[in-house]
Design a binder for this molecule. Structure first.
Ligand SMILES: Cc1cc2nc3c(=O)[nH]c(=O)nc-3n(C[C@H](O)[C@H](O)[C@H](O)COP(=O)(O)O)c2cc1C
Length: 488
């Protein structure tokens, strides 16, 4: 047991073990996706009136590599038009893909495994010019907000987050929640991992956009789950809180709100059905409960300062404006096998793992990679923890394809990046909650890799993987959290 919170770490590791992919688990699998009853892509409130968002503030055109490494531009006022730029660009719809005999797929500006988009966004606002104080749900379908709770939410947020100063000062806190059924429908119990990966993809967009508007921001996981769920009006089971991102909390935002003496009363608004039939995955419920924080004191114990930079920020290498990159980003369906420059690869790795502003105090993601075609680097497996360390040299294209659930993309990529965390170490030091942090940290790094890659004119795709086979290649006890392949 740690002093950070009550979980021992053992329970989430059990969930992790039980949801690993292996060649035999995939071949033995009997799960059939019920294509006649897919989950609704959007949360629909039946009784709340839409509040249309205004035209967004103009694009900043801020260079992508600067935005990703969190070097803030000159600050803009955080009014409703600027908030619209942030939320629509980070989480809106970028394209509609028709499907024969089924609802079209509304592709979003962030990557999501299976394009299932289990993440919802709420905006807790106080003192935003053009918007009354309250908690709003963001609907990408009609680009509108819906007021789920009126009034200044900051005292309740402060209490739920163990008095985190950024939360008390921020005029806007984005709350990302996850709807497990949207992803369990296809990925079964492993879908719980996807909530954090997809939230990380969205968060990577939002953090970079905040930097481009000069707004301070950080990712907060130290919150009392039941109190945050009640505040945004979700039940913590069919929809659960994943993380918060307070925005614009610098000194200019004033002294900040004091915590409330009690939690927010639960709000409830009727919403449309998600599917006709849903299956329960007790492993998911258990993993979520085992990593929950039950009291304000536990939330406070979790809180750490953001981890310091290990190195100076990388020199700029991706100059395209961040908004343009986010809108153009898409997952590659194939790679050409052409080599990419070593400088680009190094820039992508350094920038995407650089200084994450968060409340878990240490970078939980290490990068291992298979190099297939990078000019100036011998093909093989490397660890990128302290510079590039060779693990095995030689042509590993077939092996990389095999590791990525035998998908060709893993072998055709110029480099396949494996995002790893030593879960035993993390849970021993930080407690059970660190399981969520490890998955989310990897999701954000993965999202940053996508953006950096597109920013320098290359392509990327997230990939799933055979867990233990990856550990064997890298000869590590760290566990793979996520894979992103990059190439031409
Ligand atoms: C965590 C994660 C895992 C993914 N795994 C795969 C995969 O195994 N195979 C694949 O072809 N695409 C994979 N993708 C890409 C998604 O299919 C893609 O993001 C989604 O279809 C939306 O399309 P877009 O990224 O082009 O916007 C993954 C994406 C994410 C974020």
């Amino acid at each position: 047991m740690t002093d950070r919170e009550s979980g021992t770490g053992f329970e989430p590791l059990r969930y992790h073990q039980a949801t690993k992919h292996s060649p035999s688990s995939v071949r033995r699998g009997t799960h059939r996706i019920d294509r006649k009853d897919p989950p609704e892509q959007f949360k629909r409130y039946l009784e709340l009136a839409p509040i249309s968002l205004p035209a967004p503030a103009p694009d900043t055109g801020y260079p992508t590599s600067r935005a990703i490494t969190g070097r803030p531009a000159d600050p803009r006022p955080l009014d409703l038009a600027e908030l619209t730029r942030l939320v629509v660009c980070a989480a809106g719809i970028k394209r509609i893909r028709a499907q024969a005999g089924a609802e079209p797929i509304y592709l979003r500006t962030y990557a999501s495994a299976g394009a299932l988009y289990p993440i919802e966004v709420y905006l807790a606002c106080a003192g935003v010019d053009g918007l009354g104080d309250g908690v709003y749900h963001y609907s990408p379908l009609d680009e509108a907000l819906r007021l789920v709770r009126p009034g200044d939410p900051r005292p309740f947020l402060m209490r739920a987050c163990g008095n985190r100063p950024s939360i008390g000062r921020a005029p806007v806190t984005a709350v990302l929640s996850g709807i497990p059924w949207r992803t369990n429908w296809k990925y079964q119990a492993r879908g719980y991992r996807h909530l954090f990966w997809d939230a990380g993809m969205l968060a990577a967009n939002l953090l970079a956009l905040c930097a481009s508007g000069g707004h301070s921001c950080e990712v907060v996981l130290g919150f009392v789950d039941s109190e945050l769920d009640a505040l945004v009006g979700i039940d913590g089971h069919s929809e659960l809180s994943v993380c918060l991102i307070p925005i614009g909390f610098d000194e200019a935002a004033g002294a900040g709100a004091e915590p409330s003496t009690g939690p927010a009363a639960q709000v409830h608004h009727p919403v449309g059905r998600i599917s006709f039939h849903q299956r329960e995955y007790p492993e998911v419920t258990e993993a979520h409960l085992n990593t929950a924080l039950q009291s304000c004191a536990k939330a406070q114990l979790w809180q750490q300062d953001p981890f310091p930079n290990q190195a100076p920020p990388p020199s700029d290498f991706a100059f395209t404006g961040i908004e343009q990159v986010i809108r153009k980003r898409g997952s590659k369906g194939s790679f050409s096998r052409a080599p990419i420059p070593a400088d680009d690869l190094e820039g992508i790795i350094v920038a995407s793992t650089y200084s994450l502003p968060c409340d878990w105090g240490e970078d939980l993601t290490q990068v291992g990679l298979v190099v297939n075609a990078v000019s100036g680097l011998e093909p093989g497996a490397y660890s990128a923890v302290w510079g590039m360390q060779q693990i095995a040299l030689g042509n590993l294209r077939e092996r990389a394809q095999f590791l990525c659930l035998e998908q060709k993309l893993g072998g055709d990529a110029a480099a396949t990046l494996f995002l790893l965390t030593d879960l035993e170490d993390a849970t021993t030091t930080l407690g059970a909650r660190s399981y969520r942090a490890a998955q989310l940290n990897a999701g954000i790094v993965g999202g940053r890799i996508y953006l950096c890659t597109y920013g320098c004119g290359l392509g990327a795709t997230g990939l799933t993987f055979y867990d233990d086979e990856v550990r064997n290649l890298f000869q590590t006890q760290a566990e793979p959290m996520l894979v992103v392949a990059v190439g031409a």
